[in-house]
Each structure stands twice: as structure tokens, then as C-alpha cells.
Ligand binder design. Structure first.
Ligand SMILES: *Cc1c(COP(=O)(O)O)cnc(C)c1O
Length: 391
């Protein structure tokens, strides 16, 4: 069955900014300068200022931003880096790619982010860094993480891929740790026309290392100081990102309005006691990269929504410690109960800025209908329509 509207509508976004985007792309085409040029430099300046750091360094992807940060720190074989198992694969993949060992710490069930109270147990003399992930657009609880890192001389590398403009106690994410890593993959809140990423730091020495490493380890042409990589920022991506950056405040405000409306719809629909809605702890500014519910009957709810033409997604169905690629780490089912439970219970609803009030109402009433029928079924009443009965 077809969906009534997409889970993410990038065509609607493009339609609204088409002329600006095309003018920016044309400008790059006319310059015929495609890599590390004026657009990239301007984007780095604009984003450094926005995040509230001294330096921003563009690169080819969010995954590379994490790997460049770790490499600049000198992380390699024999080192350990802590992150959560309830995240996108790259948070831990970047660690493994450098020959270091990802060490997982479970999440807090309400925020889905790293639980600082479980951090200390995971730290030993091989630990070099902590990668808190600001999942779904909500900042991790950074103060206790930074304090613990300080006490053990560990670097904090923020995985801010899903959280541009999110705030923690009045500061933007990406400005609190030693380094912030951003992704501009097309599905992210600020998205390129392809792949792009960025590192933020207030330490000019770190920024210098990122610049050398992203460009084959070279500062001077054909002289290589270090073994680097090709992870340069492309000018077309930078130009498109600069256009979209001018709309980001408005888009984030729309995401937050949608989140509020969902909360009201779920209350009105009488399902406030059946599903857990996202939280925004005091001092945090959530940018709702995802609006993620949790409920034990997630799979049945998702099937029901699909039959009603309502799109939804599961981020993420399997925690990293149980992924085949990380089996060599020797973790077992049961090691991180909150992450495992979240994988069975989370459901993200569409929350992109262009979503209309009518579309949101359709989502809200479908969720309410599911629970009405669920209640009817559990009270042994015969459902009105056997076709869509919940079994
Ligand atoms: C998207 C994402 C990344 C990786 O970014 P890419 O640009 O796709 O390489 C890393 N971490 C998290 C949490 C992400 O959501």
C-alpha cells in the first residue's frame, strides 16, 4: 500500500528554495573551483560562529569527521573509546576503523543518550576518549560526562550529526567537548546535495591537524607531514549548505512546533498513558531530528500505521553490540538492557519542517485509532472491521 505522504519530503524542501539553490550551484559551476574553495571557507566561518567555536573544518562526511577527530587525537591500536550501542553505526565504526576498540556504555531510557552514571565502570588506563551522541537532536547530559572525562584526562568528541543547533545549558552542541562532529547527509536537519561533514573546535592546533589530515596529510603541495586521507569538502556541497543555513532557524522552529502538536494530538487521542513521548530536559533545546515515541507494541503499531498509509521508521532496530560487524568485541544480549529495550520499542514519526497540519492530524488519529482498537480487543469486544483487526 502506498503512503499518504513521505517520511521525509526533500522535494518539498527543494521546491521552496529552488532558485536560491540553483543560483548557488551555478556560481560554483562558473567558478570551476570544486574542492576547498571560497564557498567551503565561508561555510566554515559561518558555522564556527553559529556553533560558538573558534574553528570549523569541513570534510567529506560525518563518519570522516569522527575518524579525523580520533586520528588527530592519535587514537589507534590498543586504545579504547567509549560510546553508546544505541546509535548510528558510524559512532563506533570510526573507532574500529582506526584500530581502536569501541567500548559501550548503556543509555538513559528517557533521553536515549549515554548514561553518565555508568561511565566510570567502563574507563580504564587504555581509554582515550568518550563519544557522547546527541541522538534524535537532543543533547546528551554533557556536564557529568565532561567532569568524568576531565578527571581521567579523556577527550570528549561530540557526535552532533543529528543535532545541529541543539543546546545544552545555553550552549550549542559541538562547542562543549574538545571536538564536535557534524554530518550534512541528505536526511539530516541541515543537509547537502550529497555527502558532507564538519568538525568544530576552539583549539587552533586541533583545527590545523584536521586540515592537514583531511588533505592527504599535506600542508604544502606534495609534502606529506602525516598519513592523511582525502576527505575534503566539495564546493557545490558548501554552496548548497550556505543557502540552507539561512533557513535553518525557521526549519528548526517548525520541527519544534510539530513536536508540540504531536504531544497535544497524543493527549487528545487519549494515548498519553500508552506511548512515551520524547522528553526535553531543563536547559536543553531539542531540534527534533526525529520525533521518537516508545511503546511495547511498537511492531503492531507500525504495521497498523502502514495500513493507514502513515509512514514511520525504526531508528535503530539492532544495537551496535549485537551487530555482526562488532561480534569480535564479545558482547552478549543482555549486556545493555536499556539499549536493547529501546530497539524493540522506538518508533519515529514524520517531523520534517514541511509536514502540514493535516498530515500531522492524520498521524495522530491513526495512532489514537490503533489504541482504541487495541483497547476494544483486549476488552474482548469484537472489532468493527475484521480486515484491520489487531491480532
Ligand atoms: C549520520 C550520522 C553519522 C554519520 O554521518 P555521515 O555523514 O552519514 O557519514 C554519525 N553519527 C550519527 C549519530 C549519525 O546520525
Amino acid at each position: 500500500m502506498d503512503f499518504l505522504f513521505p517520511f521525509l519530503d526533500l522535494k518539498a524542501q527543494f521546491a521552496a528554495i529552488r532558485d536560491e539553490v540553483m543560483a548557488a550551484v551555478t556560481r560554483v559551476m562558473e567558478s570551476q573551483q570544486f574542492v576547498l574553495g571560497r564557498e567551503g571557507e565561508a561555510l566554515e566561518r559561518e558555522l564556527a560562529q553559529r556553533v560558538g567555536v573558534r574553528e570549523a573544518v569541513g570534510c567529506a562526511s560525518g563518519t570522516d569527521a569522527l575518524a579525523l577527530a580520533l586520528q588527530a587525537l592519535g587514537v589507534g591500536g590498543g586504545d579504547e573509546v567509549i560510546t553508546t550501542p544505541f546509535t548510528f553505526v558510524a559512532s563506533a565504526g570510526a573507532v574500529a576503523r582506526l584500530g581502536a576498540k569501541p567500548v559501550f556504555v548503556d543509555i538513559q531510557p528517557d533521553t536515549f543518550n549515554l548514561d553518565p552514571r555508568q561511565l566510570e565502570r567502563a574507563i580504564n588506563r587504555r581509554t582515550r576518549a568518550i563519544i557522547p551522541v546527541h541522538l534524535y537532536g537532543l543533547a546528551a547530559d554533557l556536564d557529568p560526562i565532561l567532569e568524568m572525562a576531565g578527571a581521567h584526562h579523556l577527550a570528549v568528541i561530540e557526535d552532533a550529526a543529528q543535532a545541529i543547533d541543539a543546546e545544552y545549558r545555553g550552549r550549542k552542541v559541538g562547542s562543549l567537548g574538545a571536538v564536535g562532529c557534524f554530518s550534512f547527509y541528505p536526511t539530516k536537519n541541515l543537509s547537502a546535495a550529497g555527502e558532507a561533514g564538519l568538525l568544530t573546535t576552539s583549539d587552533p592546533e586541533w583545527a590545523d591537524r584536521f586540515r592537514v589530515l583531511r588533505d592527504q596529510g599535506s600542508r604544502e603541495r606534495y609534502v606529506y607531514e602525516r598519513i592523511g586521507t582525502n576527505s575534503r569538502l566539495d564546493e557545490i556541497q558548501a554552496a548548497v549548505l550556505r543557502v540552507k543555513l539561512r533557513h535553518l532557524d525557521r526549519w528548526t522552529a517548525a520541527r519544534r512546533r510539530h513536536a508540540e502538536r504531536y504531544l497535544a494530538l497524543l493527549e487528545e487521542g487519549g494515548v498519553g498513558d500508552r506511548v512515551k513521548s520524547p522528553v526535553e530536559p531543563p536547559g536543553c533545546f531539542h531540534v527534533y531530528h526525529q520525533f521518537t515515541l516508545r511503546c511495547p507494541e511498537r511492531d503492531r503499531l507500525r504495521d497498523f500505521l502502514r495500513r493507514r498509509g502513515i509512514p514511520s521508521q525504526v531508528y535503530y532496530p539492532l544495537p551496535l553490540h549485537l551487530q555482526p560487524a562488532f561480534s569480535y568485541l564479545g558482547y552478549r544480549a543482555g549486556d545493555f538492557p536499556e539499549s536493547e529495550k529501546a530497539c524493540h520499542e522506538v518508533l519515529s514519526l514524520p517531523v520534517y519542517p514541511e509536514l502540514t497540519v493535516e498530515q500531522q492530524a492524520a498521524v495522530g488519529s491513526a495512532v489514537a485509532e490503533f489504541y482504541d482498537r487495541d483497547r476494544a480487543t483486549s476488552e474482548c469486544l469484537s472489532p468493527a472491521d475484521p480486515e484491520t483487526a489487531i491480532v
